[in-house]
Design a protein around this ligand. Structure first.
Ligand code: COA
Length: 258
């Protein structure tokens, strides 16, 4: 585990935090590797229901460590996936919902990774920038497809070609964020939502997340896929608990489900 990330479990919620504030949380290979492990472990653990990715006060992350980029450039497609790829694969493959809590600077992969989280909250002092072209580099990890899909190519080009910095208001208006909070409220607002997710029926949460991530199918096929999931969940103990709780006029208790 890298000394520059911290991983803590608060009950069913795993919090993975960039912890290298003196370098603006620039991400090294060791940090990617530690985060990949922390995410994979969370995914394999029956007790973890939700993951939060956060930074330090005023800095989410300044992106990939530029020294690392020069001394050990990641080789995509190599036999052994580089740590950054392992991290992004772990994030994209995580069956648990992942919430990002952005306070302050989010640069480069600090923005790219948000496109793969399920819920993204930011403080009102946050800013978002992807200076790949300014660094004579290219967009990464699907952002050249996801971002134009989300905001349209003309707007995506403001980030991905011009390298403009977006404030939280602009990022939210363009659908990059789920919500914006005053700086002092961000973390407890995020934790409230993480707890709410963790209290829901875990199988149903996983199914909804997986369905939202299916791509490229026709709507008729999607309806069938959803219908099969719906039928499967109707037979589940989780649904039995939800329906019984409704009849008994009490909140459902999903804590025994994995
Ligand atoms: N990689 C490596 N080190 C980084 C870094 C990065 N991506 N971002 C910041 N740092 C380091 C700086 O080198 C500096 O180290 P030092 O104190 O040993 O000199 C320290 O973090 C503080 O950064 P500094 O530039 O002094 O702070 P600032 O508040 O003036 O500016 C940033 C902060 C993030 C705007 C600026 O550091 C920056 O533009 N960083 C590069 C961002 C980037 O291009 N990321 C890669 C995207 S692919």
């Amino acid at each position: 585990m890298s000394e520059h990330i911290s991983v803590t479990d608060e009950g069913p919620i795993r919090i993975i935090r960039f912890d290298r504030a003196d370098k603006k949380n620039a991400i090294t290979r060791a940090m990617y590797a530690g985060m990949a492990d922390a995410l994979n472990e969370a995914d394999a653990s029956a007790s973890i229901r939700c993951v939060v990715i956060a930074g330090s006060p005023g800095t989410f992350t300044a992106g990939n460590d530029l020294m690392d980029f020069m001394s050990a450039p990641p080789e995509f497609g190599a036999d052994e996936a580089p740590p950054v790829q392992r991290f992004m694969q772990a994030l994209m493959g995580c069956s648990r919902p992942v919430i990002a809590a952005v306070d302050g600077l989010a640069i480069g992969i600090g923005v790219t990774l948000l496109l793969h989280c399920d819920l993204v909250y930011a403080s009102d002092r946050s800013s978002f920038k992807t200076p790949f072209v300014d660094l004579a580099l290219a967009p990464e990890f699907g952002s050249s497809a996801i971002l134009p899909g989300l905001v349209g190519r003309a707007v995506a080009s403001d980030l991905l070609l011009l390298g403009s910095a977006w404030d939280a208001k602009k990022a939210a208006a363009n659908g990059l964020l789920t919500g914006v909070f005053p700086t002092g409220d961000l973390e407890h607002e995020v934790m409230d939502r993480a707890k709410a997710l963790a209290a829901k029926a875990p199988g149903a949460v996983r199914a909804a997340k997986a369905l939202m991530r299916l791509e490229g199918d026709r709507i008729e096929d999607r309806i069938l896929t959803e219908g099969r999931e719906f039928s499967r969940l109707l037979q589940s103990e989780e649904f039995k608990e939800a329906a019984t709780a409704f009849m008994e006029r009490r909140p459902p208790d999903f804590s025994r489900f994995g």
